[in-house]
Design a binder for this molecule. Structure first.
Ligand code: MG
Length: 274
């Protein structure tokens, strides 16, 4: 009996060693893929026109055209349909955008707005529509954006028939990753983003351990597949991560175009301490 037990324990520890080695190997492979994805982005300057253009896919009319869907019961509703009491101006004071019947709208010249609450890892739902008829210069056509943690922009743009550099198309992680496809609906139609965001992780000294990762569905179509961000998104720049910053508000961009929003809600994803 004793002999059998020793052999089985040895077998167990050997199996454990094999599993541990496999897990370490997987982690190294994952890390290598992350580095390769970021390296590929770093090789391409931001906001260049010579990247491959995302192909267009046609998405059906918004299936909930009759109205926005309800938030799940465990979601934090970010817009109550009546006022912007959950938001504030990034430059200080109350949010000065216009509130309509169940939506709110960018007021040009009033600046970006952000949620009063901050978030770490989350699932975010946003509905938006660009103006119809379209107006303004090409780069301003329905330009807005959803900034995750106030730093990482998922681009809003009237990409239905207005051209822009590929990493500025609607659904792009601005200046880093063009959307996998162009799933934009026509101007004036309501559109949706469903976003999964994993915050960057930092060492105690503030240096980066894991980059932020983002998955985005635009109108139900996958446009960003768990991409590792190189840092905050900026026009013509690729700044590094802000050391130790792993939470922040949801910020919406005022880019001079009266883009509308409705039905915004967020679910915190709980990992460890958040
Ligand atoms: Mg924008």
């Amino acid at each position: 009996m004793m002999r059998v037990k020793v052999i089985s324990m040895r077998g167990a520890s050997l199996a454990g060693l094999i599993v541990a080695t496999a897990l370490v190997g997987q982690e190294i492979a994952r890390f290598t893929r992350t580095l390769a994805a970021q390296e590929a982005v770093f090789k391409l300057p931001p906001n260049q026109w010579n990247r491959p253009e995302p192909i267009r896919v046609t998405v059906s009319t918004f299936p909930r055209e009759e109205g926005p869907r309800s938030a799940p019961s465990d979601a934090i509703v970010l817009f109550n349909g009546r006022d912007l009491s959950d938001w504030q101006s990034v430059s200080g004071g109350p949010a000065r955008w216009k509130v309509g019947d169940g939506y709110f709208q960018v007021v040009p010249g009033t600046g970006n707005i952000e949620t009063k609450q901050t978030f770490k890892d989350f699932q975010l739902h946003v509905e938006w529509t660009t103006p119809y008829p379209p107006s303004g210069e090409a780069m301003d056509r329905g330009n807005s954006g959803v900034f995750l943690q106030g730093l990482y922009e998922v681009q809003i743009f009237d990409s239905y028939d207005t051209k822009i550099y590929p990493d500025g198309v609607a659904g792009a992680m601005y200046g880093q990753y063009p959307p996998l496809v162009n799933a934009c609906r026509p101007p004036g139609a309501w559109q949706s983003f469903d976003i999964i965001f994993h915050a960057p992780q930092f060492m105690p000294n503030g240096s980066l351990l894991h980059p932020a990762r983002v998955t985005v569905f635009e109108n139900g179509v996958l446009v960003q597949d768990n991409v590792p961000l190189t840092g905050p998104t900026r026009h013509l720049k690729r700044p590094p991560y802000e050391p130790g910053v792993d939470r922040g508000p949801i910020m919406l961009q005022e880019h001079g175009s009266p883009v509308r929003f409705r039905n915004l809600w967020i679910r915190k994803l709980k990992f460890g301490t958040d």
